[in-house]
Write a protein that binds this ligand. Structure first.
Ligand code: PRP
Length: 209
């Protein structure tokens, strides 16, 4: 059995659809229930739903041979896994944003609210800027609105959340999309099965792009 960790939520459903079209179906996966593990003996795949930010933990520890995680999660947590394939789904970007009237004073320490501490630190150190990180777990946009931070480092997809809160992008740090990650030991011991999945997914991507 190949163990696959899927990120719970809308992206996970899209990703499962790709695996299914690639020949690794398990219809039970999409049924409304509290069940977390689903397997199809015929296709030899066992799926489980996990919190998107936890996918790389399951893969690093070998509980999952394969997982799908956003590039944001991969770069933020830097787990010891192979990043094998860009699924070109869940596209968005990691940005610095601020209130429309924000004026930066380059000589000062900038207050940055974010869920992505490492990505923010790496970005600001690359431009030689001192920062004061304010770590939040959600609704990051609120921080500059309330004057708690100068900027945010966060994901922007449609831009609606920024717009509706009077914020705008100042800088794009990097594009984000869903990636297939693989456990390092599994890539040795289950290489043929993993390559079969990757090749079939690659075909899907080529057909759709
Ligand atoms: C994400 C992100 C932004 C929003 C961006 O939040 O943190 O808040 O989506 O999307 P948009 O550009 O299409 O408006 P999420 O919904 O994951 O919730 P969160 O506030 O808990 O981070």
């Amino acid at each position: 059995m190949l163990n696959v960790a899927l990120p719970k939520g809308r992206l996970g459903e899209k990703v499962y659809a790709m695996f299914a079209s690639a020949g690794f179906e398990c219809p039970e996966v999409l049924m409304e229930s509290r069940k977390l593990v689903f397997e199809n003996e015929e296709t030899g795949v066992r799926y489980f739903w996990v919190k998107p930010s936890d996918v790389s933990v399951y893969v690093e520890r070998g509980a999952a041979d394969i997982g799908v995680a956003g590039k944001d999660i991969i770069d933020e947590y830097k787990r010891d896994v192979y990043e094998i394939l860009d699924l070109k789904k869940g596209k968005c970007r990691m940005c610095v944003a601020a209130k429309k009237d924000f004026v930066d004073n380059p000589g000062t320490t900038i207050r940055v609210a974010t869920k992505f501490r490492n990505i923010a630190r790496t970005y600001y150190s690359s431009i030689g800027r001192d920062i004061d990180i304010i770590h939040l777990n959600g609704s990051i946009e609120l921080a500059p609105v309330l004057g708690m931070s100068d900027v945010i480092v966060d994901i922007v997809e449609t831009g609606t959340t920024l717009k509706e809160n009077g914020l705008e992008v100042i800088e794009t740090i990097m594009p984000i999309s869903a990636r297939v990650i693989v456990n390092k030991a599994s890539f040795e011991f289950k290489k043929n099965d993993i390559i079969k999945v990757i090749n079939s997914l690659e075909k899907q991507i080529e057909e759709k792009n």
